[in-house]
Design a protein around this ligand. Structure first.
Ligand code: AKG
Length: 294
């Protein structure tokens, strides 16, 4: 697929956070399937969260046979490590971070692809960030009973940060009716050089293409609809502190980071508490560990 006719920054609508989600923001989100709000977090707040995460990563000791993040072709142990991470804090490495002998090719803090998937409940610092007044305010505008389902600290480090293929978040976080919304926060400037998000403007009006499930003791991708994605040509560039809101049906992706600037981000996925969360969804939490809200 080629991504030639990039939608320029000037044609992508942008807003500035002024304490509440205004009518213009609601309309843009409804029409485009994404919403960019600058100055959502202060640069200082982002720096503090990034430094905190760097510390966690530097203290982490990798078990390379378990942790490489690869959405396809995982070994059983790796798939299990991923599958059971919904109510834990786990570290996933970049594919290029380990050599054939199982040794790290780069320092551990550069080797990590992401930390997931329950930072928002298990870590006080991430819980406070996820439940900040501004995230809560947007969530309460979009949901009647918002529940925090999944969180990720995404590194996309310089030179090694991998590509994220085009997908719809509802493929991975499905409810009936569909309700997933992604809150993606740039903790560093995200540009077309270091792997910003790209999206298909209005593509949330298309069908849900796939469902990622845990069935018969394995993770499987079910095909629902063969309609190809349209062009994901809207560059959702985001300076540090910007919120990018992503509708669960919106096709989006990001490129590998070949630049010498890292692109750290925090992503939180929220669902409607009044919807049904199927038992086949890959991400499950124990009965003694229910989802919570703000
Ligand atoms: O940060 C990225 O590059 C991808 C994030 C993403 O696709 C998501 O949060 O749904």
């Amino acid at each position: 697929m080629s991504y030639t006719s990039e939608q320029t920054e000037s044609t992508v609508r942008r807003f500035i956070w002024r304490g509440a989600m205004c009518a213009g923001m609601c309309l843009a989100y409804e029409e485009d399937g994404y919403l960019i709000i600058d100055d959502f977090f202060t640069a200082d707040h982002c720096d503090t969260l990034k430094a905190y995460a760097q510390n966690l990563m530097e203290s982490y000791e990798a078990t390379p046979d378990l942790v490489v993040f690869s959405p396809s072709g995982q070994s059983h142990a790796k798939a299990n490590y991923f599958r059971t991470s919904g109510d834990k804090i786990r570290f996933f490495l970049e594919e290029g971070a380990i050599d054939t002998t199982g040794h790290l090719t780069v320092p551990i803090s550069n080797a990590i692809n992401k930390i997931g998937h329950n930072l928002h409940d298990l870590d006080k610092t991430f819980s406070e960030f996820s439940r900040s007044p501004q995230i809560r305010s947007v969530a309460e505008k979009l949901f009647s009973n918002p529940l925090l389902l999944q969180s990720m600290y995404i590194c996309k480090n310089a030179k090694i940060g991998g590509e994220v293929n085009c997908h719809q978040d509802s493929t991975f976080l499905f409810t009936e009716p569909e309700s997933c919304v992604g809150f993606w926060v740039a903790l560093e400037d995200a540009t077309s050089e270091n792997g910003c998000l790209y999206a298909e403007t209005g593509g949330h009006n298309g069908p849900l293409r796939k469902l990622f499930q845990f069935r018969g003791d394995e993770l499987t991708m079910l095909e629902l609809d063969q309609t190809p994605f349209g062009e994901t040509d809207a560059a959702l560039t985001a300076r540090k502190g910007t919120l990018v809101l992503l509708h669960g049906r919106l096709p989006h992706r990001s490129s590998a980071n070949l630049s010498d600037q890292s692109r750290h981000a925090f992503a939180l996925h929220v669902i409607e508490g009044n919807s049904h969360y199927p038992a086949e969804n890959w991400l499950q939490r124990g009965a003694d560990n229910p989802l919570s809200g703000f």
